[in-house]
Design a protein around this ligand. Structure first.
Ligand code: SF4
Length: 182
C-alpha cells in the first residue's frame, strides 16, 4: 500500500517550527516508515510533481514569493495545516504591520547602524527579488486552511500527533487547552 505523502514549507518564519518537527527525536524513523516526504526542506525536493495528502506550512506571507508558494501548496495538498504562530497570526514578522513599507525599507537599507559607510546606500530593487507586501498576512487570509497548530513553535508531541492523525486519514481534534496559553 502506498504511504501518505507529506509536503512542508517555511515562508516568513524562522525554521523553528521545522526544528520542532525534528524534536520528535527517534520517532523520525517511524515517521519515515509511515509517510513519504515530498516537496520540503526535509528532503530538499523543490517542486511538486504529485498530489500530496498533507501540506504543512510554517510562517506567514510577507512577499509575493510566499503567496505563490502558499497557493502552490493549496493546489497540490488535500489538507493544509498552518504550523505555528507566524502561519496562524503573522507572528514576529507582523510587528512591521503598523509601519509603512517605505519606512521599513529605509530603516533596513538606508538608516541601519550596521550598514558599512563605505557601501553605497541603496534599497535593493531587482526584478528577481520578490515584491514585499504591504503587511505580513496570516495564511488563512490568502487560502483556505484546514487545521491550525498553535505554539511558537508548536510542541514536537503536538506535531507528531497531528501528523499521525492526518496521515492515517483521521480528523484532527485539537483540545481547547492547546490554544490556551494564559
Ligand atoms: Fe519561528 Fe515561532 Fe514563527 Fe515558528 S512560530 S516560525 S518558531 S517565530
Amino acid at each position: 500500500m502506498s504511504k501518505p505523502i507529506v509536503a512542508t514549507a517555511s515562508l516568513a518564519g524562522c525554521f523553528g517550527c521545522h526544528m520542532s518537527l525534528l524534536d520528535i527525536d527517534d520517532r523520525i524513523l517511524q515517521l519515515i516508515d509511515l509517510v513519504e516526504f515530498h516537496k520540503s526542506p526535509v528532503d530538499d525536493i523543490k517542486k511538486f510533481t504529485k498530489m500530496c495528502d498533507v501540506g504543512i506550512i510554517e510562517g506567514g506571507c510577507c512577499n509575493s514569493e510566499n503567496v505563490e508558494n502558499l497557493r502552490d501548496f493549496r493546489k497540490n495538498c488535500k489538507i493544509l495545516v498552518a504550523l505555528g504562530e507566524c502561519a496562524i497570526m503573522g507572528g514576529l514578522p507582523a510587528m512591521r504591520n503598523d509601519i509603512p513599507v517605505k519606512e521599513c525599507l529605509e530603516e533596513a537599507y538606508l538608516g541601519s547602524p550596521t550598514i558599512d559607510p563605505k557601501d553605497p546606500k541603496i534599497i535593493p530593487n531587482d526584478d528577481d527579488i520578490p515584491m514585499i507586501l504591504d503587511r505580513v498576512y496570516p495564511l488563512h487570509e490568502i487560502v483556505k486552511i484546514d487545521y491550525f497548530l498553535p505554539g511558537c513553535p508548536p510542541r514536537a508531541d503536538l506535531i507528531w500527533e497531528a501528523l499521525l492523525t492526518l496521515a492515517t486519514g483521521k480528523e484532527l481534534n485539537i483540545p481547547y487547552e492547546v490554544f490556551k496559553f494564559d
